[in-house]
Design a protein around this ligand. Sequence first.
Ligand code: SF4
Ligand code: SF4
Length: 485
Amino acid sequence: MNKPENLKPEDEPLGLYAKREPVFNRRIDGKFRRIKWAIMVICLAIYWITPWIRWDRGPYAPNQAVLIDLAHRRFYMFSIEIWPQEFYFVAGLLIMAGIGLFLVTSAVGRAWCGYACPQTVWTDVFQHVDRFFDGDRNARFRLYKAPWGPAKIARRLAKWSVYLAISFATGGAWIFYFADAPTLQHAFWTGTAPVVAYATTFVLTMTTFVLGGFMREQVCIYMCPWPRIQTAMLDEKSLLVTYKDWRGEPRGSVKKAEKNPGQFGDCIDCNQCVAVCPTGVDIRNGPTIGCITCALCIDACDRVMKETGRPRGLIDYATLEDAEREKAGEQPTRHLKLIWRPRTILYFSVWAGIGLALLFMLGTRIHTQLNVAKDRNPPYILMSDGSIRNAYALRLRNMEGRPRQMDISIEGLPGAAMWTEDMAREDASRTLTRMVPADETQSVRVYVVAPSDTASQKFEFKLQAVGDAREKDEADVKFDAPEGQ
Ligand code: SF4
Ligand code: SF4
């Protein structure tokens, strides 16, 4: 298709693809940078150390404090053990994590993105590796522009090797959450670990290498759905990193400002706020999806303000409402006051309510469970003496870390008795005792026999842990008899 002759460059439609502008962010020190350091160290320490923490659960359960034991379908977290049928605890925790993110976003904006998101933390780590090998912003930029030669290739290879080592440590650490860490580590290095351990490590190593080492801010801007959701959640009371344009504009250098007193704002157009930004955003253009509110530009600008003898806070955390107030010369609201507002109170109430409910359920749950499945075909058998026999598959669950004796009894079926496959019928009784191994489910096939005049009816199996009245369960089942009984 021919281009219309009178089409100006600014009228041309935007392309769907834009080449990435690499970000060479400058090192900065300051209050928020130090907070970022602290959170980064805490997050990485939690991630790498957790699988190595031991927790004594006795001889029948693993001694790893946090373990997702897929083979035995258990989730261990310190003194808590979650069985598959208790998955609602995990679901509850996930819901709490989701609502927690909503709460944090409503209260303090995109703090998760700026400080604790794994993509932010690992990007930060890789950016420090860049600085270590290639120097600060200008040196990195020069090296980027320099033609490829032996020196540049050597530096790149060294740097990417460190990227790879960090990525391998990241991917490799993940698998230790799913098996006994010391055992798996030995198996891993001796080549005897399951294939899935090597495959998982490889996939996570490569994703960390690519996402943290190369894609960086593009993950936040283009791939992650969370910024879009957050944008919809922010309102005029949400805390954002804000450039106070009414104070900073018109911007101009210190020299210009000295020559023309009163003509320029506080922004000296030094570009330091852009230079330190890990996502390459110019906050002076207003908040964008690329701004993860890491506040490094606040550190940079505060330093510039101090050096030029101007009040700090030209870039600062502020709500839209406060920004308008300040612009009008009024006092801004205190940040803490803004945190407690209907929306955050609602999120906090739901979050805390779910947390308390989970704690209550954890505190009151019993560790004894009974499941019963009746034989459907045949529903009953007529015995040679006229009595009627039904068969049931019982599953006795001992969720404690020690073997326990359990009594099985039947109630509500007059004249009935039961026996199991490993008993003689003559020994049938209304109560049986089984020893259920620690942390296991035992299957027992039970035959219940009732007198010949018994009609079809419901009755109960009861399971009672010996010596602990609270530890019991029951199951309603049906006893089938010939019609007309
Ligand atoms: S760091 Fe501050 S003074 Fe410098 S350009 Fe940014 S806003 Fe202006
Ligand atoms: S604009 Fe400022 S707060 Fe936003 S990402 Fe860049 S440095 Fe962080």
